[in-house]
Design a protein around this ligand. Structure first.
Ligand code: ADP
Ligand code: MG
Length: 244
């Protein structure tokens, strides 16, 4: 196994609030990690520390063996290109077509011709089931479709890992399934993924490991069966009894 992402004693203080309390974690290449836990427990902050969207207060973040805290901003930007991120709010560029949304970063960063970029973008749109929407504007799409474009956009940079922060929380219920399906298909390609979600059925289905976070710490880790069916910690049991 090859460790792709790791944190060592990761701490994040926001004001007087110690939001992350010394997190040791490891993600192996090809693993699908699902992070669950109550609102305010630090899940988003943890995810944002992984690509240094948040600056850790102390501790280490390692990506493919490099200590991210020690990199210059330029080197860090290159590393961030290897980590795709999908948020609750899709934030597509409203003035660009779906195809151009997917193409924007590759054309700016990779030395691709427009024709090559278009071909790649169409293949990705096909992967998320939206090839027929290439010329559409984002505002004409449903929330579920927009989120699938956001996933294609993140994949266009050929990331080594994909980070998802509650990608279906802003969606109407009937659109959750289509986004989870795209994510599930992505797990089958061998992509390394860290997913924060409240979709427990999905977590059971796709996770190699489930991590339960509470109060700035990872309280419990294990396979879905271990965490959902045989939780060891009282706090995990209390949380699950509310959400399952
Ligand atoms: P989760 O994603 O699990 O809901 P967050 O990582 O968003 O949790 O937040 C963890 C804690 O950090 C919460 O108590 C939240 O209020 C606090 N927090 C997060 N971001 C900020 C911020 N920008 N300013 C002040 N407090 C923050
Ligand atoms: Mg959050």
């Amino acid at each position: 196994m090859k460790t792709i992402l790791a944190t060592q004693q990761l701490e994040k203080k926001i004001g007087d609030n110690l939001v992350l309390k010394g997190i040791d974690s490891e993600v192996q290449a090809g693993q699908v990690i699902v992070v669950i836990g109550p609102s305010g427990s630090g899940k988003s902050t943890y995810l944002r520390c992984l690509n240094l969207l948040e600056q850790p207060t102390s501790g280490e973040v390692l990506f493919e063996g490099e200590h991210l805290n020690q990199l210059s901003e330029t080197d860090l930007d290159q590393v961030r290109e290897k980590m795709g991120m999908v948020f609750q709010s899709f934030n597509l560029f409203a003035n660009y077509s779906v195809l151009d949304n997917v193409n924007l970063a590759p054309l700016n960063v990779q030395s691709l011709s427009k024709a090559e970029a278009n071909k790649q973008a169409l293949a990705l749109l096909n992967q998320v089931g939206l090839a027929d929407k290439a010329e559409a504007m984002p505002s004409s799409l449903s929330g579920g479709q927009q989120q699938r474009v956001a996933i294609a956009r993140a994949l266009a940079m050929h990331p080594d890992v994909m980070l998802f922060d509650e990608p279906t929380s802003a969606l109407d219920p009937e659109m959750v399934g289509e986004v989870l399906n795209v994510m599930k298909e992505l797990t089958q390609t061998g992509m390394t993924m860290v997913i924060v979600t409240h979709e427990m059925g999905f977590a059971k289905n796709v996770a190699d490991e489930v991590w339960f976070m509470d109060d700035g710490q990872i309280i419990e880790k294990g396979t879905p069966t271990q965490v959902f069916d045989h939780p060891q910690e009282q706090r995990t049991q209390d949380f699950l009894s509310k959400v399952l």
